[in-house]
Design a protein around this ligand. Structure first.
Ligand code: ADP
Length: 429
């Protein structure tokens, strides 16, 4: 690598298959510009001569053939790496693309017309989301329209935390803006860990899988393009059981295990019986995937919520705050709410512990700063099966007057009267 610095701009000459890794904090603006050659950021090609902001992100500029790239601003960390797992990731992409071609050749209506359903599993911060993004982008660039499914309720990339969601990828992911949030299909789980209500997590995963299977059945191109599924990083005990549930309910035929030998070995054993036709591959973690501490994860969740309501620097939204009558809405909680130790429950209260029990909540201060999902349900009994139109944030509850003040990303009436409350909160002003 040849490196040259002038003022706060640094220029790098990368040779084939090198990557420039940058960690940029939120406060200090950083942008990158491709000067010569070709390069991509997690599978999205850079346009030559155009500066792209990467403020607040951890990214890699990778080149297959060599390039010159300049960096404006001061990243917290900036270095060039020679060793990356990109060649093995590209190999996976090529195998998946063959499967898509085969599915397309099989044609609509035939048994083999479904493209690959890929799931990425592995510990937190092993680069799962990044691998999904690479595979999604490469598929789009080869002319497919894969559906990206994000089941990582802790650090989702499509909408606010606590959701199981899906978006069709029609264009490479925008480097500055992330996944396009146009009309995602979203189910609200309500918590940042699947362990808060495993039965609900499973039930919503089943709903989402069934809906996506129907969508694929209606559109041969969507079917042949397949799914790319991101999961959460909890891979032991109950977390592992949930991962297996995901593999079964989405009928995954390719499981990509990042980093963990043990997880790979256990899955191989277990799936031999239940899903004998599933291919399991082990992939190396990128040295660039950065560990995040608890604080940083909470910060990232808060940031996702903020972006939902306020948009991004390039595409800001004008959130609207309005006060409505508490009787115009109905807030529900699914499950038992904050868990009481089982010893404190009276004998015979087992039904209270039903994880799918719907509980109508009166307006209360407990709802302050809660992110509530606006359900598409037309009646309360549809809430468990319905997906979500959007979210509101509770800013004030006046129990005496029966009024609730909420912030929504746009002005106007709410798209539904049934709101679902979980444990996702925001300190946003
Ligand atoms: P996971 O989904 O497994 O939790 P991520 O894909 O979110 O992991 O990766 C963790 C962090 O590391 C993210 O901020 C991501 O942008 C960053 N990252 C991943 N790969 C690289 C890389 N090659 N260079 C620089 N940063 C990377």
């Amino acid at each position: 690598v040849a490196q040259e610095a002038s003022n706060s701009s640094t220029s790098f000459n990368l040779t084939a298959r090198q990557e420039l890794r940058l960690e940029c904090s939120n406060g200090k603006p950083v942008s990158i510009r491709l000067e010569e050659g070709t390069a991509e950021v997690f599978g999205t090609e850079l346009n030559r001569g155009r500066a792209v902001s990467v403020t607040g992100q951890k990214v890699a500029v990778f080149t297959w053939v060599g390039c010159r790239v300049s960096v404006q601003g001061e990243p917290t960390v900036m270095y060039v790496a020679d060793e990356t797992p990109m060649a093995s990731y590209l190999n996976v992409h090529q195998t998946l693309d063959q499967r898509r071609e085969e599915a397309k050749r099989a044609g609509p209506g035939s048994a083999g017309n479904n493209g690959p359903v890929v799931v990425v599993v592995g510990p937190t911060d092993s680069g799962k989301s990044t691998l999904c993004r690479l595979l999604g982008n490469w598929a789009v660039r080869s002319g497919w329209q894969p559906t990206f499914v994000d089941l990582d309720v802790g650090q989702g990339t499509i909408t606010v935390p606590g959701c199981l969601s899906a978006v069709p990828l029609e264009q490479p992911v925008d480097i500055e803006e992330g996944f396009s949030a146009d009309l995602p299909l979203v189910f609200f789980f309500g918590h940042s860990s699947p362990g808060e209500n495993p039965a609900l997590f499973k039930s919503l995963a089943d709903k989402l899988a069934a809906l996506l299977q129907r969508r694929a059945a209606a559109d041969p191109r969507v079917a042949a393009s397949g799914l790319i599924i991101n999961t959460f990083g909890w891979v032991d005990g109950l977390g592992y059981e949930l991962q297996k549930h995901i593999i079964q309910t989405f009928q995954c035929d390719v499981v990509l295990v990042v980093e963990q030998d043990r997880l790979y070995a256990t899955l191989q054993q277990d799936l031999k019986v239940t899903c004998p036709r599933t291919t399991i591959l082990k992939l190396a973690k990128s040295g660039g995937a950065v560990k995040r501490e608890g604080d940083e994860r909470r910060g990232a969740r808060e940031q996702r919520i903020r972006e939902y309501f306020y948009g991004t620097a390039r595409t800001p939204l004008q959130p609207a705050t309005q006060t409505i009558r508490a009787t115009d809405i109905a807030v529900y909680r699914i499950g038992t709410g904050p868990r009481a130790p089982s010893t404190t429950l009276p004998v015979g209260s087992a039904s209270l512990a039903d994880p799918l029990r719907l509980q109508n909540l009166p307006p209360s201060l407990e709802q302050l700063q809660c992110v509530l999902a606006v359900s598409h349900a037309a009646t309360p009994d549809q809430i468990l099966n319905a997906n979500i139109a959007g979210f509101v944030l509770v800013k004030d509850v006046d129990t005496a007057r029966g009024a609730v003040t909420i912030t929504a990303p746009a002005p106007g009436p709410l798209p539904g009267r049934y709101l679902v409350m979980g444990s996702i909160r925001s300190s946003m002003e």
